[in-house]
Design a binder for this molecule. Structure first.
Ligand SMILES: [Zn+2]
Length: 117
């Protein structure tokens, strides 16, 4: 039986980190967008435009990842409240504690993780 309270703490810590990070990422995207607008460059042909477009796509990807991560953390906290935390959503087997330590938000055991969180 896993110590859910310990994982609840880990998840809440990680949630706090993400919540701190998200506004900064959104701010980054806003300012890159503003720079792009100001420079009025052609993304396709201007080297600076390509750089800005690249930065924007990097920042957007990071933002998406963080938002998805936050959703996974919220789902994991909900599973703790439901008493379903630490069991695989596919087979219902207990998830190895070492795996939960590495990815406390995962709802899948090692066998059912391929292509998922
Ligand atoms: Zn499983």
């Amino acid at each position: 039986m896993v110590d859910v309270e310990r994982f609840r703490m880990l998840l809440q810590e990680e949630r706090g980190r993400k919540l701190t990070l998200l506004p900064a990422l959104r701010q980054d995207i806003t300012s890159v967008n503003a720079a792009r607008h100001d420079s009025n460059v052609d993304d396709e042909h201007d080297p600076e435009g390509a750089t800005i477009a690249f930065e924007l796509s990097q920042a957007s990807a990071l933002l998406e990842q963080s938002e998805a991560g936050l959703a996974q953390i919220d789902a994991a906290l909900a599973r703790i409240d439901d008493g379903r935390y630490g069991t695989c959503e596919v087979c219902g087997e207990e998830i190895a504690e070492g795996r939960l330590e590495a990815r406390p938000w995962t709802p899948y055991c090692i066998r059912h993780t391929s292509g998922r969180a």
